[in-house]
Design a protein around this ligand. Sequence first.
Ligand SMILES: NC(=O)c1ccc[n+]([C@@H]2O[C@H](COP(=O)([O-])OP(=O)(O)OC[C@H]3O[C@@H](n4cnc5c(N)ncnc54)[C@H](O)[C@@H]3O)[C@@H](O)[C@H]2O)c1
Length: 341
Amino acid sequence: MKDVVRLAFIGLGPMGTDLLRAAVAHPAADVTALCDGSPEALASAKSIANEKPATFSDYRTMLHDAKLDAVVVAVPQHLHAQVTIDCLQHGLTTFCEKPMGLSVNQCMSMIAAAKSVGKGLMIGQVLRYIGPYRFILERIASGDLGVPLVMRTTRTMGNWGSWARPWRLQRETSGGLLLEVNVHELDLMLQILGPASSVTAIDRRFPNSEVDFSDFITAQIEFQNGSIGTITSSCGDQLGRHSGEVFLTNGTIYYESLLDQVLIGQSGKEREVFPYAEIHPEWENGVAREMREFIEACLGQREISIPGEDGLRAVELAQAAYQSAAEKRTVHLPLHLPLPA
Ligand SMILES: NC(=O)c1ccc[n+]([C@@H]2O[C@H](COP(=O)([O-])OP(=O)(O)OC[C@H]3O[C@@H](n4cnc5c(N)ncnc54)[C@H](O)[C@@H]3O)[C@@H](O)[C@H]2O)c1
């Protein structure tokens, strides 16, 4: 069995750089090559990797020239499918950032490429590894609150600030809010409520001049086990929040970024209050965990922990919501249609 993974990174903006830092800190990662079209991004990343990796401005040249075992893809999402498929076809285990792709068809092509070469494909649905969300998932899994029946999640923001990029502000390249931002909450809902069966959504474009897509969308989702979820997303909220509730048969969980707290109620028991800052500060950072798990999968020490199928299911919900809003009808899953324009 191998004990070192020769790793390359494609796309070294803020996200690729975070993933790179996590890899550099892992003793089994040999960061061999870096690729970005921006010389500044490449120089900064190379210094983080102790000036060792070879640098490339073209990823296809890198895939041809460098001796690699695995690749981390953190380019903007309209490029995820093509770049990931090219990496897989070079026989490389591949980590692709969220959202996996911009459509179900893209995700299915990525999964097919991974299967045809027999290599692992992991998707960066990191929210499930981050403090309060990991805590909620673990508390639900512990079973004392019973079975989840309903979930409400709201994640809204105002201006894009330092995240503004031309690609991020356009539907064609970012996929819109549900893919760019809320694919995280969709994944969380799927983790809690299981596979979904239908989506009904409504959206509006209020005058947020930064983006060319709807800046408010709300969707109701039915799940195969009869549970229901709602998601609300906006980039027109100057307070900005990430909150939600999970109603279970024996209790209720409420999480709220405006309070920085998770609250848990159970009949006949005193309310439990967990300030975010006190939720296991010793827990491994989410990005460090996803990189560690990816490296361990490359070494054959574990299965891929967030496979392409999980990325596909979250993208499918977003695509179904946009289709529902555009066609003013409930959309039933599974989907095998391209993302509507
Ligand atoms: N998991 C999370 O919470 C999270 C957070 C932020 C971003 N992301 C995702 O990570 C990805 C990157 O986001 P970002 O904020 O770092 O974006 P960014 O635009 O700041 O950086 C992307 C980098 O990719 C480079 N690039 C673009 N096309 C390239 C190509 N063909 N070959 C090589 N390099 C290329 C750009 O030069 C840039 O340096 C996106 O898919 C985004 O959705 C995930």
